[in-house]
Design a protein around this ligand. Structure first.
Ligand SMILES: C[S@@+](CC[C@H](N)C(=O)[O-])C[C@H]1O[C@@H](n2cnc3c(N)ncnc32)[C@H](O)[C@@H]1O
Length: 216
């Protein structure tokens, strides 16, 4: 981790822009530790509105927000609204890449209805547990969730009509693999509807290319 108070641990970025296996492991561990805490609550953890207020500010359907059990929203930390980018139809098969505590899974399950299916993958064990609990207590039966250890998506080629993702791609230390995998699991003509963040300003020099940049 960090070399000491106030010091950042530099990462060894390879010539082709990728990280060493050791750095990939450390980046994922730093991220998992952060999101394990957020699986309890996202309140006060981000510079943008999260939880129920965040969902309202991002324009999610007020009826769906009202009908969602509090557990779905307590840890919600989406940065946008992937459902505003295109309609999802009854009967479609949807993947949420980085599903967190499951609010977007809940929304998608309502849109595809009982004739459709929704799958979620997440890197953080605690988020997966929280999402499973949330879905079970809401009696949602058309959703399944898998814990993953990397950007590899544990589904066959051409499985999904739509892949959604909300604030996850920026966290991936292997973005090329994320995009390749998402493309692989989409059906021909499938849609990728994602919301994410980009930095408009340069990071402070000591933070650029450091492990700590991934846990901010
Ligand atoms: C910003 S949260 C978004 C969670 C959820 N979409 C929401 O809106 O509340 C990011 C989530 O992505 C997960 N994550 C980060 N990188 C991932 C990856 N490569 N594959 C799967 N999940 C990942 C984290 O564990 C965390 O739960």
């Amino acid at each position: 981790m960090s070399d000491g108070p106030g010091k950042c641990r530099p990462l060894n970025i390879q010539k082709n822009g990728t990280f060493s296996p050791e750095d990939l492991k450390e980046i994922r561990n730093v991220m998992r530790n952060k999101y394990a805490e957020i699986s309890i609550s996202s309140a006060g953890r981000f510079q943008y509105p999260t939880g129920r207020d965040g969902a309202k500010a991002l324009g999610y359907d007020p009826d769906i927000i009202k009908s969602a059990a509090p557990g779905f929203l307590e840890s919600f930390c989406g940065v946008g609204n992937p459902f505003s980018l295109g309609e999802i139809q009854n009967g479609e098969v949807v993947l949420d890449f980085g599903c967190g505590a499951g609010f977007d899974l809940f929304v998608a399950s309502r849109l595809v209805s009982e004739t459709g299916r929704v799958c979620g993958v997440d890197l953080t064990e605690e988020m997966v547990k929280r999402a499973k609990l949330n879905l079970a207590s809401a009696h949602v039966s058309n959703v399944e969730i898998k814990k993953v250890d990397s950007e590899d998506i544990p589904y066959a080629d051409h499985t999904f009509d739509v892949v959604i993702s909300n604030g996850v791609i920026n966290l991936s230390p292997a973005k090329n693999v994320s995009f390749r995998e998402i493309y692989r699991v989409l059906k021909s003509g499938g849609r990728f509807q994602f919301a994410d963040v980009v930095s408009e300003n340069e990071l402070p020099a000591d933070l650029t290319g450091s492990l700590e940049a991934w846990s901010q």
